[in-house]
Design a protein around this ligand. Sequence first.
Ligand code: FMN
Length: 367
Amino acid sequence: MTTAPATLRMLEPFQSPALQLKNRIVLAPMTRSRAAADGSAVPMMAEYYRQRATAGLLVAEATSISPEGIGYISIPGIYTQAQVESWRAVTEAVHAEGSRIFLQLLHGGRIGHRSLSGGIQPVAPSALRPEGITYTQAGPTEFETPRALTEADIARIVQDYAQAASNALAAGFDGVEIHGANGYLPNQFLSDVTNHRTDAYGGSAQNRSRFVLEVVLAVAETIGWGRTALRLSPHNYNNGASHTDPIGTYEYLIGQLSGQGLAYLHLMEGDARKVPAGLPLAMAAYFRPAYQGTIIASGGLTKATAEALLAASTADLVAFGAPFIANPDLPERFRLGAPLAEPDRHTFYTGGSKGYTDYPSLAQALV
Ligand SMILES: Cc1cc2nc3c(=O)[nH]c(=O)nc-3n(C[C@H](O)[C@H](O)[C@H](O)COP(=O)(O)O)c2cc1C
């Protein structure tokens, strides 16, 4: 006797003032380093996202808002006309599958290198060099000491975000997700370890949140609140952006954004093995009561933990990253209770179609 697959909440449609989605599953933003040398999206990227338009909402990979904001080798941009035009094939392919797609907007700040940005010295809230290395055309290279931003620079970068958001809409995206996580420029402002400023952008939680709030406001005023989203990682201390008081900082920031009508707030759960002392593990659960609006939870989710978050209304949408790389039909595999394929980590950032568009769906694998 066969039993019908159990109904999953994550497969139900989602409706909010900003989003109408065919299911509650989100493709998490993932850098795959396959853009053209000029930062344009290549045709293979349209195929990659089309395959994963099984998710109701896709968040396309971190994409530079300006040459100065380039964080990594071979990532795409959204600041030239050629780049805008190149993304149309991606957005059209995803829309044809009945899904929505947001673009993640990146300014890497001090996580950049002048050899990636055409000679521009990386910038940051303070002139503090990150530890470690980055990868450039010349191979592994030490990070540089960034230039501390002036207030005029900050105003210019806020406008760069607004322009990039407007460009994203011109390219057919349904909205943008401001990358405020993982130690890039907005996170460098939030962290009191990377932000030593003594002006209006440094010091108190209110001052360290100012840059992020200015970016959100500028983007929302340009493309609308319902097309604007933000990703935060309160306890992902990537790229050295740790905090002495993370909860106080994020309570202030998230409180300011509550009820404003963002498309969503995307909260990354911490890695249980690396959660800093004194912090709650479950970010969506911690911030849910304080935030009025749509929450996406992500980070190490499984079918069971994602369902539990939705059932408890801790999250409205659930995002998956690595599992989607090897399982383009992830929602269907969840529905059937089918086994998941394992992604090959060696091809995450290597370029080419191997490990990118060649993972079969369950139906293809059975042929
Ligand atoms: C290959 C790869 C690239 C990633 N690139 C990004 C990125 O561009 N922007 C971002 O916010 N997170 C990025 N992440 C983090 C994912 O969005 C996600 O939060 C993380 O993988 C944890 O979720 P998971 O356990 O479902 O994979 C990346 C993760 C992977 C595996």
